[in-house]
Design a protein around this ligand. Structure first.
Ligand SMILES: [Zn+2]
Length: 233
């Protein structure tokens, strides 16, 4: 009899505790992190086909370390991933805006260079983009043809209203993701030291454009965390 009572008590305790543990995992309600395109194809030390300057081993290490830290602090972590078919339009046609000429083939589905370099276990979801051969997709939210990814639906379903964004490249995929996020009603903080840009001039112009649209730029993740804490007090 005593055994039975203990058993019933343990089960009820477990039923009570499981939802508490699940909820406790996300302790920054309303806030999520979006890691944009930190992939082998964009990274120098991975011999990326479209390597962006300043993406050495220490950059990738820093993105990993800071993303893990944010995850431990209770933020929901999401990422985006450029993922092109071999006949993707950006390999043969000039995409506006872009450098003169088409992009070299990069993040090709069959080449294995589109893998994300941030610990995949940190991601609540890793959204693929640029899969349609006919359209490019700098933004993690939608492509140039207007087709949306699942990102906005996931964020809305999770009650997210505020985003911390960083990644590659400041002047293309970070910029268009941030501008679309603001258009969709999210408040956005961009972490400067976790961003890398293709070209200094277009990167400076992109930062101005994002700030004008309402994005807040902070030097490091700890500054973003401070703003989160202040806004929840
Ligand atoms: Zn691409």
């Amino acid at each position: 009899m005593v055994k039975l009572v203990v058993c019933i008590l343990s089960v009820s305790l477990l039923v009570f505790l499981v939802p508490v543990i699940a909820v406790a995992a996300q302790t920054q309600p309303g806030w999520a992190v979006l890691v944009v395109d930190v992939q082998a194809c964009f990274v120098e030390d991975e011999d990326g086909a479209l390597a962006v300057s300043g993406t050495d081993r220490s950059y990738v290490k820093k993105v990993n370390r800071d993303t893990k830290w944010l995850s431990k602090k209770g933020y929901l972590i999401l990422g985006s991933r450029d993922y092109h078919p071999e006949n993707h339009v950006s390999f043969t046609t000039y995409i506006d805006p872009g450098p003169p000429g088409p992009w070299p083939p990069h993040c090709v589905q069959t080449a294995g260079d589109s893998r994300a370099l941030v610990d995949n276990n940190l991601f609540f979801e890793l959204v693929k983009k640029g899969q349609d051969p006919l359209y490019d997709s700098y933004s993690a939210f939608k492509d140039d043809g207007g087709a949306v990814t699942e990102l906005d639906a996931i964020l809305k379903a999770q009650g997210i209203t505020h985003l911390i964004v960083y990644g590659i490249a400041t002047d293309y995929c970070v910029k268009f993701s941030v501008l679309d996020a603001i258009d969709l009603g999210y408040s956005v903080i961009v972490v400067e030291d976790l961003n890398r840009g293709v070209d200094p001039a277009t990167t400076a112009a992109a930062i101005t454009e994002m700030e004008t649209a309402g994005a807040v730029f902070v030097p490091r993740v700890k500054d973003a965390y401070k703003i989160t804490k202040e806004s929840s007090e």
